[in-house]
Design a protein around this ligand. Structure first.
Ligand code: FAD
Length: 351
């Protein structure tokens, strides 16, 4: 059971719909059973529909997860802790100033993207060759496994049955296929189109206590404080792979980069290594809406690297579509858009 299916089920059940959740395998096998949990925004320029959607979702997240916590009594360990990123050179500084101005405009005072000196930052921080950092207060973090546990329990407490079954084999009025990489693969086969373009990620959990500190991102590495004196280090991005679940030397390289970024984590004990493929659509955007070939069926997929960050807003727009027929989904996320991009790529048609 992944974050998208569970979130949509939760939203529909809150609105009074009769819901059940099915998964044909243990939820520990899903891409949502990870350990990173960074809820971080894209850069605030150039502004477009996907960024607005993500922004709305990140703003909704605090109340949304609080409600799940109340309903389940299991803490997902959500915290709007902010994020620090190093500014590497003069060009990066100019870009950071531009983005700070754009954030003022596009984030409308609901969050900030500031430039701060390393000396003004108490607590942990990344090494910065310029002495400057970007500090945003929109970013948050969550514990993915506890978030999944919390949502499952909230659903059970709301009388939603969770069963082991294939979705295709069940009778219901409406069906939502939030089936991650497997779902994208089978739809690609059915249509003979390259709809899926998954990317593998590897991550690890180290024994380092950074609780209540911001997320740190830089040079393709994220350090995300987690409960119980642990910190997550993520993630590799691998387009070509044979085994999505195997960790290898790339994760060791990632760890070395993380130590380069935040030297104080060096010598931390490694608690767990983990790898999975991420459901990525041909457009890189989520694919949300009416299923292209099946009646009374909806698709919710393509969370890619930010599935947890997008979950509250995806749940909202999907519930609105399924229960009220009200389509608030940006065109960029529609199955039609993904299909036409797949056709374009299959036949090498220029955009
Ligand atoms: C290394 C790594 C790090 C990541 N870090 C972050 C991060 O920091 N922040 C963030 O927001 N996101 C992150 N992500 C991305 C995020 O984990 C995914 O976007 C998200 O988990 C996708 O959720 P999903 O529900 O679409 O798919 P999944 O979690 O894979 O769930 C799909 C479920 O559908 C089930 N299923 C498939 N076919 C069927 C069928 N026919 N019948 C019944 N059930 C079926 C599967 O068993 C599975 O449980 C990361 C991912 C990885 C791999």
């Amino acid at each position: 059971m992944g974050i998208l299916g569970l979130s949509i089920a939760w939203e529909c059940s809150k609105r009074g719909a009769k819901v059940s959740v099915m998964d044909h395998q243990y939820y520990q096998r899903s891409s949502s059973y990870g350990l990173v949990g960074a809820l971080t925004p894209h850069v605030p320029e150039p502004w477009e529909a996907k960024k607005q959607f993500q922004f709305d979702s990140l703003l909704m997240a605090e109340d949304w997860w609080q409600e799940v916590y109340f309903a389940s009594d299991i803490a997902p360990h959500y915290c709007r802790c902010g994020r620090l990123q190093p500014i590497i050179d003069e060009r990066g500084h100019e870009l950071a100033i531009l983005r700070s101005n754009e954030a003022q405009k596009n984030w409308r005072g609901q969050a900030e993207w500031n430039i701060v000196s390393t000396t003004d930052c108490p607590g942990w921080k990344p090494k910065s060759p310029t002495g400057w950092l970007i500090a945003d207060n929109l970013s948050a973090r969550i514990n993915p496994r506890l978030a999944i546990k919390s949502l499952r329990k909230a659903l059970v407490n709301n009388n939603v049955p969770l069963t082991r079954n294939r979705l295709e084999e069940t009778k219901c009025e409406y069906r939502v296929l939030a089936t991650g990489t497997a779902g994208f693969n089978s739809l690609s086969c059915e249509l003979g189109l390259p709809l899926a373009a998954h990317e593998k990620g590897q991550a690890m959990l180290i024994e380092y206590d950074a609780s209540n500190q911001p997320v740190i991102t830089g040079g393709g590495v994220s350090l995300v404080p987690q409960p119980n004196g642990l910190t997550a280090v993520g993630s590799t991005t691998e387009r070509y792979f044979t085994n999505p679940y195997k960790t290898d030397y790339r994760l060791n390289e990632l760890y070395l980069k993380a130590v380069e970024l935040v030297p104080e984590i060096g010598n931390s004990r490694i608690i767990e290594k983990w790898a999975h493929d991420r459901p990525r659509s041909v457009t890189r955007a989520p694919v949300l809406g009416t299923h292209p070939t099946r009646k009374n069926t909806f698709l919710a997929n393509g969370g890619f690297k930010i599935g947890f960050g997008l979950a509250p807003k995806i749940a909202e727009v999907m519930a609105e579509l399924i229960l009220n027929g009200n389509n608030l989904i940006p065109h960029k996320f529609s199955p039609e858009n993904a299909l036409s991009e797949a056709v374009r790529q299959k036949h090498n048609i220029l955009p």
